[in-house]
Design a protein around this ligand. Structure first.
Ligand code: LLP
Length: 420
């Protein structure tokens, strides 16, 4: 059952009315549901139908220490994209042996730190990086385990900024070069070639893309093995899309047609599992969004209503610095009032106080009519929400709250103006 319900028209997370949280902790506010995060995590795990695998949670999606701790305790591994994320993952209790390091631009000091900590593997993206890794590992008397990120040249659809596997993208190396590069890597004394990695993009909502990617990976694995590379590890990346539109359904809310396919993240992953199973390798994935997106909500309050000849604006106290996804990718976050009053629907722009036209949460959105002081929830903000927040316009970042049943606690305090 969903953790989000209207109880007597009061929007509630687990056993706590959202309005109570806003009253206690202020606004804007990030609120997480522990149950939702754990349920979504278990659904991803269940998609493997018992097949042995490792799930490396992509820390970049949400790096809150308590959320990381929750996932570490649940037994997941972590995929980090920087020395900072590595530090947070270790501090949260992920064992180094269950940490991988992805990214096109690892700095020498980050490589040194990761080698010191003995992380499981580096997901390498260029020939030069392999050389640097070999040299740094050598100077430390170590060997670095690597997986080569291959660029599959697959169009995953979605926003251009989160598509990663087209030929012109900066990520990975062309699959046609994989054999040559790994043969070279295998000749280096301080490199231990483990296998390959692919990640085709983010918020992918078509299972056909994952099937195509898995088949492409299988073909590459075959070619590499034929060429003398003992591929032992295959990491299939993340990118499993989630439902944003119409996430909350209620007779008091406008119907939002799910533009995302009706498939769930779990079914998207499940479509690829049979192909991965046949690879005779240690399989891993790196989901971020599918684990944490639905578990987070951004609460914000209406400061003003402004009606012009063109539009009705709801000016709210949250802004693009708190949640930049609409401004950056035109992402859709469903907006629902914390109290349903039976007010008629109207079409509005929901905008923040920042001095840019890009500072909006929604344009021409149908919502129940709201007044100054009313509060709303922006749904599915648990992934790439707080982690992409900034202090633009000298705005302190919001607090983060974790709800667990009827209890709730601060998992990151609100910033204050004094510390900016
Ligand atoms: N692995 C690698 C190598 C990645 O680069 C990413 C995300 C993931 C895994 C996790 O992907 P996920 O399962 O979360 O889709 N800020 C954008 C998304 C950027 C994704 C970056 N890489 C957004 O708000 O939509």
């Amino acid at each position: 059952m969903s953790a989000y319900t209207y109880r007597d028209n009061v929007f509630t997370v687990e056993d706590v009315p959202f309005a109570e949280l806003a009253g206690t902790y202020g606004s804007p506010l990030y609120v997480y549901s522990k149950k939702t995060i754990l349920d979504d995590m278990r659904r991803i795990e269940a998609a493997f139908d018992g097949m042995p695998h490792t799930t490396y949670y992509a820390v970049k999606a949400n790096a809150n220490g308590q959320i990381l701790r929750l996932l570490a305790e649940a037994g997941l591994g972590a995929d980090v994209g920087s020395g900072g994320e590595l530090f947070l993952a270790l501090r949260a209790g992920f064992p180094a042996s269950k940490i991988t390091f992805s990214g096109v631009g690892k700095r020498d000091d980050e490589i040194t730190y990761a080698l010191e900590q003995d992380i499981y593997a580096f997901y390498v993206e260029s020939v030069q990086e392999i050389g640097v890794l070999n040299q740094i590992a050598g100077s430390m008397g170590k060997r670095a385990r690597i997986l080569l990120r291959v660029n599959l040249d697959i169009d995953a659809g979605g926003h251009a900024y989160v598509s990663t596997s087209l030929r012109h993208n900066k990520f990975g190396l062309p699959h046609a070069k994989a054999l040559e590069v790994l043969q070279h890597a295998q000749s280096l004394p301080h490199i231990d070639v483990r296998g390959i990695h692919s990640h085709v993009g983010s918020q992918i909502t078509k299972s056909a893309i994952f099937v195509k990617a898995a088949e492409a990976v299988a073909a590459i694995v075959q070619r590499l093995r034929d060429g003398g590379i003992a591929v032992q590890d295959v990491d299939f990346g993340g990118g499993f899309g989630i439902q944003y539109h119409g996430f909350i359904r209620h007779r008091g809310l406008p119907v939002e047609h799910a533009e995302e396919a009706h498939l769930t993240s779990t079914e998207l992953l499940r479509a690829a599992v049979p192909t991965l199973r046949k690879l005779n390798a240690s399989i891993s994935i790196q989901p971020g969004r599918a684990i944490v997106a639905h578990g987070g909500v951004l609460l914000t309050k209406v400061l003003y209503r402004k009606e012009t000849e063109e539009k009705t604006f709801l000016i709210v106290d949250g802004a693009m610095n708190d949640l930049i996804r609409p401004a950056l990718y035109h992402s859709h976050h469903q907006i629902v009032p914390l109290l349903l009053t039976g007010a008629p629907y109207e079409t509005v722009d929901v905008v923040g106080p920042i001095c840019e036209s890009g500072d909006f949460f929604a344009n021409d959105r149908r919502v129940p009519r709201m007044q100054r002081g009313d509060m709303m929830a922006l749904m599915c903000a648990g992934a790439y929400g707080y982690v992409q927040a900034s202090n633009y316009n000298a705005r302190p970042r919001p607090a983060e709250i974790m709800v667990d049943g009827a209890s709730h606690s601060v998992i990151r305090p609100r910033e204050s103006i004094e510390t900016l």
